[in-house]
Design a protein around this ligand. Structure first.
Ligand code: S3P
Length: 218
């Protein structure tokens, strides 16, 4: 039987480019990104949208951040599954990824105009430019990430992720991650590295960053 931990640690070095891509700063400089983010915080509502790859903790962290801010927490996968009356895995089996993506965009569109929400999005929601525009219109976009092996270990804990139900989930996972990093980085207002942090510590870091943005804006 494979030792996941040793395996994970050894394989980490196979993906040094992913680690450095995840650690690099957002492509826009901070004074540039702070101003549109602050304007959205001030002039619109205070919605928070979590983006990031499978296993980064968008739902667990998002739920806690919502609680701290007194916002409503929404999880786009949960909304999609509830409306479809099917699990995400069943949607993928019956309608394929294309069907799921249509449902995802339709669901996200229903959130336009919301206020005081914290939204956890599916890892692939950033693929569609329509969704990306929606997120920007909604509020502050936070990219939650962690080192690749942690993401993989967390994402493979349960069988709720149809994209990983393949022959070689590990390489699929890393190549998807690689292709999406530029999309997350290209649209995020804030990038939060949760590597080595507990959920509570990550939430604290996020709350502090939001407070910083709000104080800089006043
Ligand atoms: C997906 C991520 C999943 C879910 C679906 C597709 C993706 O959400 O939306 O399985 O394309 O990365 P999580 O990021 O919450 O696992």
């Amino acid at each position: 039987m494979k030792n996941e931990k040793t395996d994970g640690a050894r394989r980490d070095s196979e993906f040094p480019h992913l680690i450095s891509a995840l650690q690099s700063p957002l492509p826009h400089n901070s004074s540039f990104i702070l101003s549109p983010a602050m304007n959205r915080l001030r002039d619109m509502t205070s919605n928070i949208i979590f983006i990031g790859f499978m296993g980064c903790g968008k739902s667990s962290i998002g739920r806690r951040v919502a609680h701290r801010l007194g916002h409503q927490f929404l999880d786009s996968d949960e909304l999609i599954a509830a409306r479809a009356e099917m699990s995400i895995s069943d949607i993928f089996s019956l309608e394929g990824e294309a069907g799921f993506r249509l449902r995802e965009t339709a669901e996200l569109k229903t959130l336009a105009g919301s206020s005081n929400i914290v939204l956890a999005t599916g890892g692939g929601a950033i693929l569609n430019p329509v969704n990306r525009d929606l997120f920007h219109q909604l509020g502050l976009v936070i990219w939650l990430h962690a080192e690749p092996d942690t993401l993989f270990e967390r994402a493979s804990r349960n069988r709720k992720r149809p994209l990983l139900e393949v022959e070689n989930p590990r390489s699929t996972f890393f190549s998807l991650l690689e292709s999406r990093i530029p999309l997350y980085g290209g649209m995020a207002d804030l990038k939060i590295d949760a590597t080595g942090l507990s959920h509570e510590q990550t939430v604290e870091k996020i709350i502090q960053q939001i407070a910083l943005l709000e104080n800089n804006g006043s």
